[in-house]
Write a protein that binds this ligand. Structure first.
Ligand SMILES: Cc1ncc(COP(=O)(O)O)c(C=O)c1O
Length: 368
């Protein structure tokens, strides 16, 4: 049996939507992008939505539009995909890492408060990541951000539709960024979205992704071409309609794993705090021992898994080059223990059972 760690949930509806765009002859940004922006903004519950070429561009432009400039400091987590920090560095700014809560893998509000107390005048923004589809503790984060008057940017690349106390992530901060990469909970091939309730900020983002212009061949700002195509947006509109059902399926798959894996002493199943409705972009267990052996066992059996992320960002080579290191013990611990297993909505019952039996077999009989 071969089971991939992720699989985009695509069928004839997406194919027909793309075909329609191809038939129209208008492939670049047009009415489908406008429709996707409107639908996605309404779904999350914000007024401004700006589609982009990918999630990294969405993060970078949100930071740029907020005025993040060379040598500014922006707090973020070291336990995330590289783009959360590289988007800060592309502004010439400096990521200040904040350690995580090892139960949730998200930024720890106590560590955040310590950094804010120490560096209150030099921090220009807080970039949080709702990792694996689990919302960050937003009450605590927003309280601190308001107290110190620092804007929050939400990296929602892994959390489409996730809710914190009944409110969708991506609607809490000054701006948020989504990714529609094919492994995500919904996809457009490549693609991203910036969301905000601030009209001025939204307008600036829209100009920045379109050569700094809102009137053809007149350029008020130094901009970029980070536009989404109508081909991508046509896929996005269909994918958005399926999102709630896909997320529900992910939660059901996660519940099945919870039931089956919680009795294995070597396996720590994911924690979901009361405040969260997660969307299980990943189902990530923690293994104190033998993680790499289990990974080899999965490889041998053709079953997909992921180690997100094996090297925390402060330990990445390109960070040493700019002289940053530091001590983030929880991020380092998690990078040694995490192991994500397939949880995507297309998994069949027998595939879920196969994955569970593989893990049970491994911890009963060892690696053979
Ligand atoms: C947490 C996080 N931030 C940012 C990104 C960047 O998104 P993209 O790959 O669309 O540029 C990703 C996904 O790849 C991600 O997982």
């Amino acid at each position: 049996m071969k089971i991939p760690i992720s699989k985009p949930n695509l069928d004839d509806e997406e194919k027909n939507a793309v075909q329609e765009v191809l038939n129209s002859g208008f492939l670049a940004q047009g009415k489908r992008v406008a429709k996707f922006e409107e639908d996605f903004g309404r779904y999350i519950g914000v007024t401004q939505a700006i589609a982009t070429s990918n999630g990294t561009a969405a993060l970078f432009i949100a930071l740029k539009a907020l005025g993040i400039s060379p040598n500014n400091k922006v707090i973020t987590t070291p336990f995330t995909f590289v783009a959360s920090a590289s988007s800060i560095m592309h502004c010439g700014a400096i990521p200040i890492f904040c350690d995580i809560d090892p139960q949730t893998f998200n930024i720890d509000p106590n560590s955040l408060e310590k950094i804010l107390k120490k560096e209150r005048d030099s921090i220009k923004a807080i970039l949080i990541v709702h990792l694996y589809g689990l919302p960050c503790p937003m009450d605590e984060i927003m309280l601190l951000a308001n107290q110190y008057d620092i804007p929050v940017i939400e990296d929602c690349a892994q959390a489409h539709g996730a809710e914190y106390r009944g409110k969708k992530v991506g609607s809490f901060g000054k701006a948020s960024a989504f990714s529609f990469y094919p492994t995500k909970n919904m996809t457009t091939g490549e693609g991203g979205m910036i969301l905000t309730n601030d009209d001025e900020l939204g307008k600036k983002c829209r100009m920045l992704i379109n050569h700094g212009s809102n009137k053809r061949y007149h350029h008020e700002l130094l901009g970029y071409n980070f536009r989404m195509t109508d081909i991508a947006a046509a896929i996005g509109c269909v994918q958005l309609k399926k999102l709630d059902e896909s997320n529900q399926k992910r939660r059901e798959n996660a519940e099945f794993y919870n039931r089956e894996l919680s009795s294995i002493p070597e396996v720590k199943i994911p924690t979901v705090p009361d405040y969260a409705l997660p969307v299980f972009h990943q189902y990530t267990i923690k293994l104190k021992q033998h993680r790499d052996d289990l990974a080899r066992f999965f490889d041998q059996k053709g079953i997909g898994y992921g180690i997100y992320y094996p090297v925390p960002l402060h330990k990445q080579e390109f960070m040493y080059q700019i002289g940053r290191d530091g001590n983030y013990p929880m991020a380092e611990l998690c990078s040694r223990e995490v192991f994500s297993i397939p949880v995507h909505p297309l998994l069949k019952k027998e595939e879920l059972e196969y994955v569970v039996n593989l893990i049970k077999h491994f911890y009963r009989e060892g690696f053979n």
